[in-house]
Every structure is written in structure tokens, then in C-alpha cells.
Write a protein that binds this ligand. Structure first.
Ligand code: ADP
Length: 139
């Protein structure tokens, strides 16, 4: 059965470009409830740990540098079928391939600087949410 929580980050490019408000609006209009949220900045060490699954990929260092280059918004979101529905709302990794109206089609600038993160499984949503929030910070 699909879980009802996912984890997202509004990435440094979207924060720098002034899109926090518009992206949160899309998230709320999409029917997601905010369970936890914080405005924060990842150290290179934390960004490296968060994306450890991509360690062997050629873009890993670029990704770590980018994700620690400025503040982000991290959030846990709730909705039926949250992980899949949120991936639909954000669109493909490469904004050039993202469906019109999706968050990445609207606000991402490149495959690397693609405005938002969305967990890709219920298991990862739980791990990633716990990486940023304790149980007492989730409401
Ligand atoms: P998604 O975020 O859509 O789940 P991936 O898990 O494949 O995508 O990649 C994680 C993140 O790594 C992407 O969101 C993007 O920021 C970055 N990334 C992926 N592919 C590339 C690439 N070819 N070049 C640079 N950065 C990339």
C-alpha cells in the first residue's frame, strides 16, 4: 500500500531566484499538507551524506557543491499516495523534459539546478524526513 508522506527540499537555485512562495503555493494547491518545514542550509558534509547514493555518479561533487551553496526549504508533506503524486507535481529531473505546469518546468533552470527534490520511494521519504526532522518537529 502506498504511504501518505513524502519529503521535499526547495533547492538553492529556486530560493535564490525568489520562488519559495510560488512553489509552496503549488504544493498546497496540489493537496499536500505540511507536516514539518524549515528554512536551513546544508553543509557540504550533510549534502554529501544526503546524496550518498549518488557517490559514484559523475555529477556527485557538482551536486554536493550546489546543494550546499545557499539556503533551502526542507519539508515533510502528507497526502494519499504522497510520493508518486509529488513526483508528478514536480515533473522530470531534466526541466526540458518536465511536463508543462510542473514545478520543474516552471522554475528549474537545468538538470542539476532543478528547483526541487522529491523522495522517490516511501522508504526514502521516511529516511530523508528523519535526516532533517525529529518526531517532535512533525505535526
Ligand atoms: P531526481 O531528483 O529527479 O530523483 P536523481 O535522483 O536522478 O533525480 O538525481 C538527483 C539529483 O542530482 C537531481 O535532482 C539533480 O539535482 C542532480 N542530477 C541528476 N542528474 C544530473 C546530471 N546529469 N548532471 C548534473 N546534476 C544531475
Amino acid at each position: 500500500m502506498a504511504g501518505n508522506r513524502t519529503f521535499t527540499m526547495i533547492k538553492p537555485d529556486a530560493v535564490r531566484n525568489g520562488h519559495i512562495g510560488a512553489i509552496l503555493n503549488k504544493i498546497c494547491e496540489g493537496g499536500f499538507r505540511i507536516v514539518a518545514m524549515k528554512y536551513t542550509k546544508l553543509t557540504a558534509e550533510k549534502a554529501g551524506a544526503f546524496y550518498a547514493v549518488h557517490k559514484e555518479r559523475p555529477f556527485y561533487q557538482e551536486l554536493v557543491d550546489f546543494m550546499s551553496s545557499g539556503p533551502i526549504v526542507a519539508a515533510v508533506l502528507e497526502k494519499d499516495n504522497a510520493v508518486e503524486d509529488f513526483r508528478k507535481l514536480i515533473g522530470a529531473t531534466n526541466p526540458a523534459e518536465a511536463e508543462a505546469g510542473t514545478i520543474r518546468a516552471l522554475y528549474a533552470t537545468s538538470i542539476g539546478e532543478n528547483a526541487v527534490h522529491g523522495a522517490d520511494s516511501d522508504e526514502n521519504a521516511l529516511i530523508e524526513g528523519s535526516f532533517h526532522f525529529s518526531q517532535t518537529e512533525m505535526f
